[in-house]
Design a protein around this ligand. Structure first.
Ligand SMILES: NC(=O)c1ccc[n+]([C@@H]2O[C@H](COP(=O)([O-])OP(=O)(O)OC[C@H]3O[C@@H](n4cnc5c(N)ncnc54)[C@H](O)[C@@H]3O)[C@@H](O)[C@H]2O)c1
Length: 359
C-alpha cells in the first residue's frame, strides 16, 4: 500500500530553496511539493516551471488556496524568519524554517509561542547534523568512545566576494543577516555545542578585513563548556583564493575525530583507544563528496521532520535547538561588540547590533 505523503509548500525561492525543492520532488522521501511562493515573480515562475507546481507571490493567498498543505518550509532572508513563521503559524500547519532561526532570542520566543498557539511544530534546518561523517562521530560520542572531552574546534574558511553581498539588499546587513558568524558559521557553532554540550562562557573578537559590508567577515572565539572542556572557533568568508574548509575536531581522552572537507563532509582522522572493526573503513564509508558548501543534508533533514510528524516523535532539530544556536550567536556578537569580553549564553544583549538597523 502506498503511504500518504505529506504535502509541502516552500516560501522563498532563492539560492538555498533548490535543496528543499529537489528533496521534495525526488520521490525518495515521504513528502511532496504542492506549491511555492516568492515575492519576486521571476524567481517564483522559474521554479514553478522547473518543479511543476503552482506559484504565488503572497503566502497568504497560497495558504488559503492550498488547505491540503501539511508543512510550510520557509527559506526567506533570516531577518524575516520571525515575521513569516508567526504569520504562517496562524494557519496551523507545521513549519520548517531555514537556519539561523532568527537574529534575536526574543524573536525565537515569539516564534515558538506562535507555533504553540497555532498547535503546530517548528523545525529549524541544521542539515550538517545529517552528514554521514557527523552522524558517525555523534554515534561514537553517544557510545562513550571519546571518554572525557578535552576540546572541540570548528573552522570555516570560505570565500565570498563583494558581488555576493551586492546581489540583494539583505546579505551583510546587521538588520537582516549578520556576518560570517550568523550566516555561514551558525552551522558549525551548532555542531560545536551539539557535541561539546552547554557553554559556560565565551569570548569573541571580529573584524571586517576584505569585504565592504556593515558586519564582520572574520571572527574568532574561545569557549569554556560546563563540562570543563574548552572550545575554539575560527571563521572567515575572506579566504582567498577559494573555499578551503568547514571542519570540526573533537578531542577526547580516549580518541580523536577530525571532520573536514568544504562542508564537514569528510573524515580526515578517526582513531580511538578501543579499536572497533568498522574503524578502518570509516574514512571511506562515512565521507561524501559535495557539490557545494550546502552539502547533501537537506533531504535526510526533511525526511527526519516527516518521520517526526507522522510518528509523533521528536525530530533531531526542533525550535529549542534552533534557539540555543541564537543564544550562542547573540552572546558572541555581544562579546565582539564589547571588544572580547567574557559573556554567557543568554546574556542580556546591550551592544550587539545583530537584528537591528544601525542608527
Ligand atoms: N542550510 C543552509 O546551508 C543554507 C544555505 C544558504 C542559505 N540558508 C538560509 O536560507 C535563508 C535564505 O537564504 P538564500 O541564500 O536562499 O537567500 P535568497 O536571497 O537567495 O532567497 C530568499 C528569497 O526569499 C524571498 N522572499 C523575501 N521575502 C519574501 C516573502 N515575504 N514571501 C515570499 N518570498 C520572500 C526573496 O525574494 C528571495 O527570493 C536564509 O535564512 C539563509 O541563512 C541556509
Amino acid at each position: 500500500m502506498n503511504k500518504k505523503k505529506l504535502k509541502f509548500a516552500v516560501i522563498g525561492c532563492g539560492r538555498v530553496s533548490n535543496n528543499h525543492l529537489k528533496a521534495l520532488t525526488s520521490g525518495k522521501i515521504d513528502g511532496e511539493l504542492a506549491a511555492i511562493c516568492d515575492v519576486d515573480g521571476k524567481k517564483a515562475k522559474a521554479k514553478s516551471e522547473e518543479f511543476k507546481v503552482p506559484y504565488y507571490l503572497d503566502y497568504h493567498d497560497m495558504m488559503k488556496k492550498h488547505q491540503e498543505i501539511d508543512v510550510v518550509d520557509i527559506a526567506t532572508p533570516t531577518g524575516y524568519h520571525a515575521r513569516h513563521v508567526i504569520d504562517v503559524a496562524r494557519y496551523g500547519k507545521h513549519i520548517i524554517v531555514e537556519k539561523p532561526m532568527a537574529l534575536r532570542v526574543s524573536d525565537c520566543d515569539a516564534m515558538m509561542k506562535a507555533c504553540a498557539d497555532g498547535r503546530c511544530r517548528l523545525f529549524v534546518v541544521k542539515q550538517n547534523r545529517f552528514n554521514p561523517a557527523v552522524v558517525s562521530a555523534r554515534q561514537a560520542l553517544d557510545s562513550g568512545r571519546f571518554g572525557k572531552m578535552v576540546m572541540g574546534t570548528v573552522r570555516v574558511r570560505w570565500k565570498r566576494v563583494q558581488s555576493y553581498y551586492e546581489q540583494d539588499d539583505w546579505h551583510g546587513t546587521w538588520e537582516l543577516d549578520g556576518g560570517v558568524m550568523s550566516q555561514q558559521a551558525s552551522h558549525h557553532l551548532d555542531l560545536l555545542q551539539w557535541f561539546m554540550g552547554p557553554i559556560e562562557s565565551m569570548q569573541c573578537i571580529s573584524a571586517t578585513r576584505l569585504l565592504d559590508i556593515e558586519v564582520e567577515d572574520t571572527s574568532l572565539a574561545t569557549f569554556k563548556f560546563k563540562s570543563g572542556a574548552l572550545g575554539a572557533y575560527e571563521a572567515t568568508v575572506a579566504s582567498r583564493p577559494e573555499d578551503l574548509e568547514g571542519s570540526l575536531s573533537l578531542l577526547g581522552e580516549k580518541g580523536t575525530v577530525i571532520i573536514g572537507g568544504h562542508a564537514v563532509n569528510k573524515i580526515l582522522y578517526w582513531k580511538f583507544q578501543d579499536e572497533q572493526p568498522g574503524d578502518m573503513h570509516m574514512l571511506s564509508e562515512s565521507s561524501q563528496e559535495v557539490p557545494n558548501v550546502y552539502g547533501h543534508g537537506h533531504s535526510p533533514y526533511i525526511a527526519n521532520v516527516i518521520d517526526a510528524i507522522v510518528n509523533s516523535k521528536p525530530a533531531l532539530v526542533e525550535a529549542p535547538e534552533g534557539r540555543k544556536n541564537i543564544e550562542i550567536l547573540t552572546a558572541l556578537y555581544e562579546s565582539a561588540a564589547l571588544g572580547g569580553h567574557k559573556v554567557h549564553p543568554g546574556c542580556t544583549v546591550v551592544k550587539s547590533l545583530l537584528g537591528q538597523k544601525p542608527a
